[in-house]
Design a protein around this ligand. Structure first.
Ligand code: DLZ
Ligand code: SF4
Length: 511
């Protein structure tokens, strides 16, 4: 039978509500899904991320086939596989001769540029799985001098009605309860575990394939337990709401060395490939608050991450690409130190965060922003190298989400589009929010000398390096003043230690 429409579904588009599938005719259409080396290697992905995407793709294809949909599924080890998305679309077009080809816009600029060459008359549909379309975000941004998230977030609250009173006011009379969300973790507080999903036969086959094909990838494939179906993702969400959401608000910014996930949802790997719908997730969290299961600061803090931050950074990404990918406002040029990959450093905080990232392909937002991100900012690591690292090591990383968070929020490489000041912090912040410093070879109270915490002298060195630029930023006035008031010999000692540390980091002595 003639194929009317070829519908392409990418590895992060695994949603029944996908626009490319909206008018699917199972009797005449074919869905194309392709596992390709190109997508598996454009950055050195964590092996658990590859397993997640390929296994979820296979489960999604099975679910479509069970509903009677014809699926052309190309496996990674298929000998005829061209190993590129473009090659597989062209091969399918040649074999099936469809009347038209339909796809949903991808999550990365790299892919949309390539799509334009896939085939003639490709129909690229908007991704309706987000609350705010790319066009709506452009409209919101046009004519504004400041693109701060807080105002966008309020619009999203009004638009969705989430946590709003019938009169259109924010519940609790405030839009944002973040001031209540920075508590230190009481020692010994029990942490509810994250629900795990042991591999079924399909996932095990993918694990075997990944072990066989990818010997160089970052870190461990053992212990894979992410949800790979919409059903399991729902179970993971329900588990979060029941057990960890109540503590999510208060301890959102805390870190503990033996508890990598704390009260976080850990749903981003499933959410970003389409196994959960962001609005439904928020409605479930709101319902938990309305029935009195959680406090408002927990529900609001979580909902802001999804309809506020997540939607906002996607909007910024598509508004600013491709120029965004080359921004480097602070002229950072240092290469990424090896310890970002192997965790071999005396800095306990970085060792813990890199170690858990290797094991779990996950770290929560404060670990990403205030440990690895903060160090990269202070040490002046090149945004391209840092971007590549974040893209590679986290199971939830797609460029629309990763780049604004890394390059702009963490590294301030956009010079202030996303944040009004750099998120630079000394060791005192990490000490306040974690237990890392108690097990560290460095002393968090010192800023000079061989035992000083590197975050301390690098923080002041960063302020000093960029003093001229920061002079016009009122939010940087206080640290600048503190630096300028410091005794000259102390300033010299701090800068000398920073130079020595960075030189050793750039050229580590042979092992
Ligand atoms: C991340 C990823 C990986 C590892 N593999 C595939 C794949 O084999 N086939 C596929 O269609 N998609 C894969 N993906 C997800 C894509 O990289 C993603 O769709 C683009 O980056 C656009 O967001
Ligand atoms: Fe990190 Fe400094 Fe604390 Fe060590 S002392 S864990 S390097 S913040």
């Amino acid at each position: 039978m003639a194929v009317t429409t070829l519908r392409v579904v990418l590895g992060d588009q695994l949603s029944g509500t996908l626009s490319a599938l909206s008018d699917l005719d199972p009797t005449r259409d074919v869905v194309l899904m392709a596992e390709v080396m190109d997508e598996c290697t454009y950055v050195p992905h964590h092996l658990k991320k590859i397993v997640l995407v390929l296994s979820a793709m296979r489960h999604f294809a099975h679910a479509l086939a069970a509903k009677g949909v014809r699926v052309r599924y190309v496996r990674l080890d298929d000998p005829t596989n061209t190993q590129t998305l473009r090659g597989e679309v062209r091969r399918a077009v040649a074999a099936l001769k469809p009347h038209r080809v339909v796809v949903t816009e991808p999550g990365e600029y790299r892919v949309i540029s390539d799509m334009r060459d896939w085939t003639e008359d490709l129909e690229i549909r908007p991704d309706i799985r987000f609350v705010c379309s790319i066009a709506d975000f452009r409209h919101w941004a046009s004519g504004r001098t400041s693109l701060r998230m807080e105002f966008f977030y309020r619009d999203m609250r009004r638009r969705t009605g989430l946590l709003m009173t019938p009169d259109g006011e924010p519940e609790g009379d405030r839009w944002n309860f973040d001031a209540e969300n920075r508590k230190r973790l009481p020692p010994g507080l029990p942490i509810p575990p994250v629900a795990g999903f042991p591999p079924d036969g399909l996932t095990q086959a993918v694990i075997d394939l990944v072990r066989q094909r990818f010997t160089q990838g970052f870190a461990e494939v053992d212990g894979f337990s992410f949800p790979v179906t919409a059903g399991d993702a729902e179970t993971a969400l329900a588990d979060f709401i029941a057990n960890r959401l109540p503590g999510f608000g208060d301890w959102q910014d805390a870190m503990r060395s033996n508890a990598p996930t704390l009260f976080h949802a850990v749903i981003s790997p499933a959410l970003n490939i389409g196994l959960l719908d962001p609005l439904q997730v928020c409605r479930s969290v709101e319902a938990a608050w309305r029935r009195g299961h959680v406090a408002l600061n927990a529900a609001e803090g979580f909902i802001r991450q999804i309809i506020g931050w997540r939607e906002y950074i996607r909007g910024i990404y598509w508004l600013k690409m491709p120029e965004y990918g080359a921004l480097n406002a602070l002229n950072a040029t240092r290469p990424l130190p090896e310890f970002y990959w192997n965790g071999a450093t005396k800095m306990a905080c970085i060792r813990h965060v890199v170690g858990q990232t290797r094991r779990h392909a996950y770290a929560h937002h404060i670990q990403r922003l205030m440990v690895t991100g903060n160090f990269a900012l202070l040490a002046g690591l090149h945004p391209d190298a840092v971007d590549e690292w974040y893209m590679a090591v986290y199971a939830d990383a797609y460029q629309w989400a990763e780049m604004p968070n890394t390059r702009c929020m963490a590294l301030f490489a956009d010079g202030g589009i996303v944040g009004s000041k750099p998120y630079a912090a000394s060791g005192a912040y990490i000490n306040r929010m974690s237990d890392y410093c108690t097990g560290c070879a460095y002393d968090v109270k010192q800023a000079t000398g061989p035992a000083a915490c590197p975050f301390n002298f690098l923080y002041w060195d960063f302020i000093a390096r960029h003093a001229e630029r920061f002079a016009s930023n009122v939010r940087m006035a206080m640290p600048l003043r503190n630096w300028q008031r410091m005794a000259p010999d102390r300033r010299d000692a701090i800068r000398a230690r920073a130079a020595e540390f960075l030189a050793e980091m750039d050229a580590p002595p042979p092992l």
